[in-house]
Write a protein that binds this ligand. Structure first.
Ligand SMILES: [Mn+2]
Length: 329
């Protein structure tokens, strides 16, 4: 990808805002902080502001508490007056939730760096490659191709966490030779893969493991065992003292069952619900998600619905999902 325009915009401007999607994952936060470190090395003014609080298991990435939770009173002015706003790892403005209005009203140059399909028209410039494993891989490519700054450990840690998580620890289908070459370079810069994995996957609160247990027990099979459905209710979250962010990754257990081709996770929210869609092979769950106002990748997608309950839509979603089973070769 040609990053010269991106380099020029960074060089020619002074104040920057970086943001990402609701419920940020390690690719969102890692990409944000890698870009933050690049901009700081260039002596720019930078704020990283998200709609959501960062999940505690990612606090090892943000030891200086750079990432701020959006608050209109504190942040609206600086979002309006920033020279440039970066949106990372998302491609629809509604994924900014409470920040969407300030973002849209700002006169800043808006830049989207992302790897999801079907981007909306909401920024001035797009640096999108749907073939890369993670947004963090694009940040790596940007540094590599422009030499805008030198790589260092701080940047390497962020990019490694981004790529490791978005490739499912180097196993999803965009785990290319290039991804492993990047990982090798990041290890040479001092990243300790055991440490990163341990921080992200092996420091769970007991409640999260209990929630995983009840979530696994909720799984039901449909369509002759080809669709697995997991349901997580507010009651389950309360009982285990867990948050929506703790559910990250649970849906993948649906695909761990033999013969299952589509996994669906219904999460009850305070004011609606969220559905996560996963599939194997070439079953396009992004198209299925789009039927319900969402989007994503071919094998991983999601949507949020407001003012509806799980029982209102569950059987409708399963029925729609059945259509896609026949699309598999
Ligand atoms: Mn990502």
């Amino acid at each position: 990808m040609d990053f010269s325009l991106l380099k020029n915009i960074i060089t020619q401007n002074k104040s920057f805002i970086i943001t990402s999607h609701v419920n940020p994952d390690a690719d969102a936060i890692g990409s944000e902080l890698a870009l933050y470190f690049i901009l700081k090395k260039l002596n720019k003014e930078v704020r990283v502001i998200n709609h959501s609080q960062s999940p505690s298991f990612l606090s090892f990435l943000d030891t200086n508490n750079v990432v701020e939770k959006f608050d209109a009173e504190t942040h609206e002015k600086i979002i309006h007056s920033a020279d440039v706003i970066f949106v990372l790892d998302l491609n629809q403005s509604n994924r900014l939730v409470s920040m969407e209005k300030s973002f849209c009203e700002s006169k800043a140059i808006k830049i989207c760096i992302d790897h999801h399909q079907d981007p909306g028209d909401f920024t001035d410039h797009y640096f999108i490659d749907t073939n890369v494993s993670a947004t963090g891989e694009l940040i790596y490519d940007f540094i590599k191709e422009t030499s805008i700054v030198e790589f260092d450990y701080d940047i390497a840690l962020q990019i490694y966490a981004a790529i490791m998580t978005d490739t499912g620890s180097f196993k999803y289908d965009r785990t290319t030779p290039k991804v492993h070459r990047i990982a090798a370079h990041l290890l040479e810069l001092g990243v300790n893969p055991t440490y990163v994995f341990d921080q992200i996957y092996d420091q769970a609160k007991f409640g999260k493991i209990k929630l995983l247990g009840s979530s696994l027990s909720s799984i039901e099979l449909f369509a002759s065992g080809q669709i697995a459905v997991m349901v997580i209710t507010q009651k389950m979250l309360h009982e285990t003292e867990t948050l929506e962010a703790d559910i990250d990754g649970f849906v993948n257990f649906c695909l761990a069952i033999e013969n299952v081709k589509i996994g669906l996770l219904f999460i009850e929210l305070k004011n609606g619900m969220k559905i996560s869609f996963r599939s194997k092979g070439n079953i396009p769950v992004n198209k299925l998600a789009a039927e319900f106002g969402g989007g994503g990748h071919i094998n991983a997608a999601g949507t949020r619905l407001f003012n509806v309950s799980i029982k209102d839509v569950k059987s409708k979603v399963i029925k729609s999902a059945e259509k896609y089973l026949s699309e598999e070769n």
